[in-house]
Design a protein around this ligand. Structure first.
Ligand SMILES: [Ca+2]
Ligand SMILES: [Ca+2]
Length: 222
């Protein structure tokens, strides 16, 4: 199946109503962990996340695209307690998680989307900043907070498909795919260009991962 930007690789299928908090075995449906449970095997990695950090999933073999989101909360004080907390903003082509306030278009993402394999490894927590020699300096947090706030303000803007939709450009800001939202926030607020192939029309997860203005601070290997 061809996937578009913003759709992470997942074998998730819709759970029947009333069965959404059941983690099913097998690969057809990873389901949802109950709110009382730890939100997934990776959640402790997020304790140092700060608003404005980029979360990136690089496409794996068999995938056509990756995924990207902007973290929007300070640290991770509630880890282990609320897998359904909104922790990031992204843009999805289809309803990503099938419950509550998460929806297609620009939408919040739950902690468990990143803490489980709903968004598959390999995935990375990335700082945005400036590399000088061997030193990477993060952008000021006041700036990063503005980027996160801007992303939250875009909620409910529609999804657009890069390449296929010629109006889905980097210059407009009325519709987004996942990595365009991440790129646009940083470009608009701080004029930081986190697209390593800045000359083309698109911003992929690889473009952000390989850019000189990003640095990995945690990773989950495939
Ligand atoms: Ca750059
Ligand atoms: Ca590019």
């Amino acid at each position: 199946m061809r996937r578009a930007f913003g759709e992470p690789q997942s074998d998730m299928t819709n759970s029947p109503e009333g069965d959404k908090n059941v983690r099913e075995s097998g690969t057809q449906d990873i389901g949802y962990v109950p709110e009382s449970d730890p939100p997934g095997p990776y959640y402790e990695l997020f304790k140092d996340n700060r608003p404005g950090d980029a979360l990136i999933h690089l496409k794996a073999s068999g995938e056509e695209v990756g995924h990207g989101s902007l973290w929007i909360v300070e640290g991770d004080p509630n880890w282990g307690r609320n897998p359904l907390e909104e922790v990031a903003m992204s843009a999805w082509k289809d309803d990503p998680q099938q419950q509550k306030f998460v929806h297609k278009g620009v939408t919040p993402e739950y902690r468990q989307a990143w803490a489980t394999d709903l968004i598959l490894p390999p995935k990375y927590g990335m700082w945005i900043g400036i590399q000088q020699g061997s030193t990477f300096t993060r952008m000021a947090q006041v700036t990063a907070d503005q980027v996160a706030a801007w992303a939250e303000d875009q909620e409910n803007d529609p999804y657009c498909t890069p390449v296929l939709d010629l109006t889905c450009t980097k210059t407009q800001e009325s519709k987004f795919y996942c990595t365009l939202l991440v790129w646009k926030g940083w470009h608009k607020i701080s004029n930081t260009n986190i697209d390593s192939s800045w000359w083309d029309w698109w911003v992929t997860s690889d473009d952000i991962y390989f850019d000189d203005n990003t640095a990995t601070f945690w990773s989950i290997s495939q």
